[in-house]
Design a protein around this ligand. Structure first.
Ligand code: G6Q
Length: 543
């Protein structure tokens, strides 16, 4: 598959898009809207309970046609089929990419190396459900016979960001007499604060690590072990207070966790694509197995949509193509994710890993340098807070920042006029960004001439608006899968491997070496550059 890549610049649609972008760049969204009175209704799509308005983008029917053409020329469909059917599309790690199997119904079968992986997925889900019910009901007792009141997930990266995001997003559905905390950073403050004022007798640690070798997670897990044994003394207590989520049974057992209390997953689940695997155990304990299954149903509905809906109406494909459009033809370097839903406060952070670890790549699948920019920077904050902070730059700064607004028709916590105000802000921001305010309009308000330039809003700043009924476990599943497949779409256009992450390796190796130098009893010979060596010496002299 990698041998057949046509370089982007040689794809006819790419060339056509380059020319087309020249004609479109000078056009303002005001004109584009004036020229097409039906645009606001036409440039919309819906699926799985999500409504997407993408009309406020700097595109025309022709842009869309060419972008879809590009998707076809890039083999998007074929590549998606290869993913869904278990081909090893993560070529640099020789792995299948099957997060879609994590939410496949029992009746489906997906083969990897001739073996159907779906029964195994459901076996683990059933085991998680049984365990989650025990913890939730108070039947799972700590070593001294007390029920569990605190659940602490120890993990980092993909073994943390998804669980934290999902817990925060679905907190409304969570069992409120259980406390959930998440420890990820090797900074001891993270652990110290997580266990602050907790009683080890009532605390359960979920050690979430695919490899069970990750420095941060293992360090925190050992500190958690020591904290627990500090009070409970007996090593047999570990079995009641620690469970593992991992693919590495041997390391789990070496740590002292009974492998009967281990929840497995597989090498075809990438860390940042794993929140719906056993890595989501904290989510399941929080919201219960039924809600967790509803979340999986949401994921699956979006998988089916992505796989089968025509490209023109395909939500993830549209979002992905628009990201490519601005990234490569408008030199936009970032995408802002702006959820107008407080429960989604960790969603931008979650998406940062999903998008940037996946598509921050400098070579294409066959190892040749990419010829265009790849993965944009994703960032954001929940509305309306961002409006009182960084929106200034989006409205009047010199950079083009495409925005994704996410809102809901109904609030989970209705209170007076709050929700109407919140949603009025979503629509107002998208409107202001697109259409702005001209100098003539500012003058007409009687503004002093000297201030006019300062009060002009150029507009022509693109955004998508995503709306759904209410944030539920199902909706969250659809939203996450939407972005997963948008990332996939972008990666397919750029012909990169969206599923490896070699870029995180170098720092890890250097840190191991430097740790030895920092901890060495005698002055170590330092063969780094002069800056690094000097910093290490300085730290050694102060620590
Ligand atoms: C995600 C990455 C990375 C990974 C963490 C944790 O796609 O692979 O963020 O999730 O490094 O790894 P472990 O789960 O193996 O501890």
């Amino acid at each position: 598959m990698t041998d057949q890549i046509t370089p982007l610049a040689s794809r006819p649609a790419w060339k056509a898009l380059q020319q087309h972008a020249e004609t479109l760049r000078p056009q303002h969204l005001r004109e584009i809207f004036q020229a097409d009175p039906t645009r606001g209704e036409r440039f919309t799509a819906q699926a799985c309970g999500l409504f997407l308005d993408y009309s406020k983008n700097r595109i025309t029917d022709e842009t869309l046609r060419l972008l879809i053409e590009l998707a076809k020329e890039s083999g998007l469909r074929e590549r998606a089929e290869a993913m869904f059917t278990g081909e090893k599309i993560n070529t640099t790690e020789n792995r299948a990419v099957l997060h879609v199997a994590l939410r496949a119904p029992r009746s489906e079968s997906i083969l990897v190396d001739g073996e159907d992986v779906v029964p195994g997925v459901h076996q683990v889900l059933d085991k998680m459900a049984a365990f989650a019910e025990q913890v939730r009901s108070g039947a799972w007792l700590g070593y001294t016979g007390k029920p569990i009141r605190n659940v602490i997930n120890i993990g980092i990266g993909g073994s943390d960001l998804g669980p934290v995001m999902a817990y925060e997003a679905l907190r409304h559905y969570s069992q409120r007499d259980l406390n959930f905390r998440f420890v990820s950073n090797v900074d001891s403050t993270d652990f110290a604060e997580a266990v602050h004022e907790l009683n080890p007798e009532e605390t359960l640690f979920l050690v979430a690590s695919k490899t069970f070798t990750t420095l941060e997670t293992m360090t925190n897990a050992h500190s958690a072990r020591a904290w627990t044994l500090g009070q409970l003394k007996q090593t047999e207590a570990i079995a009641r207070h620690f469970v593992a989520i991992s693919t590495n049974a041997e390391a789990v057992s070496n740590f002292g966790i009974d492998t009967a209390n281990m929840f497995g997953f597989w090498d075809w689940v990438g860390g940042r694509y794993s929140m719906d695997s056993a890595i989501g155990l904290s989510t399941m304990i929080a919201i219960g197995p039924e809600n967790f299954r509803a979340m999986l149903d949401g994921f699956h509905a979006m998988d089916v949509h992505f796989r089968t809906a025509p490209l023109e109406q395909n939500l993830p494909v549209l979002l992905g193509l628009l990201a490519v459009w601005y990234n490569d033809f408008f030199n936009a370097q970032t995408v802002a994710i702006l959820p107008y839903e407080q429960y989604l406060k960790r969603f931008p952070a979650y998406l940062q890993q999903l998008t940037m670890e996946s598509n921050g790549k400098h070579v294409s699948l066959n190892g040749t340098p990419v010829t265009t920019d790849t993965g944009p920077i994703y960032w954001g904050e929940p509305g309306t807070n961002g409006q009182h902070s960084f929106y200034q730059l989006i409205h009047q700064g010199t950079r083009l920042i495409p925005c994704d607004f996410i809102g809901f028709y109904k609030s989970i916590n209705p209170l007076g006029r709050h929700h109407d105000m919140l949603m009025a802000n979503v629509f107002a921001q998208a409107e202001a960004l697109a259409f702005g305010k001209t100098a003539a309009e500012v003058r007409a308000e009687g503004v002093a001439e000297a201030l006019v330039p300062h009060k002009v809003f150029e507009g022509n700043r693109p955004s998508n608006t995503l709306l759904a009924e209410r944030l539920t476990p199902y909706t969250l599943g659809t939203l996450v899968a939407l972005y997963e497949h948008s990332v996939f779409t972008q990666g397919a256009i750029w012909s990169i491997d969206s599923f490896d992450q070699w870029g995180v390796e170098l720092g890890k190796v250097l840190a191991t070496r430097i740790l030895g130098e920092i901890e060495s009893a005698s002055e170590p010979p330092l063969a780094h550059d002069t800056s690094t060596s000097n910093l290490i010496r300085l730290y050694r002299s102060h620590k």
